[in-house]
Write a protein that binds this ligand. Structure first.
Ligand code: TYD
Length: 140
């Protein structure tokens, strides 16, 4: 599964902490869009999609949340609870986000502008898409 946790460098001193993120350095792609999820109602589970092309880094800059990942083959659950920790998710991975703490702010850095045609929002369609892609990878 093409995901990884990135531990960002923390610039801390007696005043507190600071993390700086630059495209093509800490972030392995050019950042074309930033969005954040906050004020999540209790027991909400959201996401339920994969992207054909887009790559992302998720950072829970306040509070905590859990990310469920599925590449059509393996599934994983990652808890994000540190503001210096980024979860890189490549294209082609199904994700769901849940267990948001009351104060959670989930910051997302994305490699593409918003484009609904890049989304796969139907799980069966996703499985068919990922099988087709894995098959094509093997044939290369
Ligand atoms: P949605 O895709 O449902 O969020 P999730 O990632 O949890 O599945 O997005 C919620 C709404 O926000 C939807 O109407 C689309 C809109 N939206 C944008 O306009 N731009 C964006 O960059 C994103 C991520 C969503």
């Amino acid at each position: 599964m093409n995901i990884k946790i990135i531990n960002f460098q923390q610039h801390g001193d007696e005043r507190g902490m600071l993390v700086a993120l630059e495209e093509a350095k800490e972030i392995p792609f050019n950042i074309r869009r930033v969005y954040y999820i906050y004020g999540t109602a209790p027991n909400v589970r959201r996401g339920y999609h994969a992207h054909k092309k887009l790559e992302q880094i998720l950072i829970c800059i306040s509070g905590s949340c859990t990310i469920y990942l599925d590449d059509g083959n393996i599934t994983k659950e990652i808890i994000l609870q540190e503001p210096y920790e980024g979860l890189y998710i490549s294209n082609g991975i199904w994700r769901e986000m849940y267990d948001f703490s009351e104060n959670a702010v989930l910051l997302v850095l994305a490699s593409e502008l918003y484009d609904e045609s890049d989304y796969i929002r139907d799980y069966q369609e996703y499985i068919a898409y990922s099988r087709q892609n894995n098959y094509m990878e093997k044939e290369k």
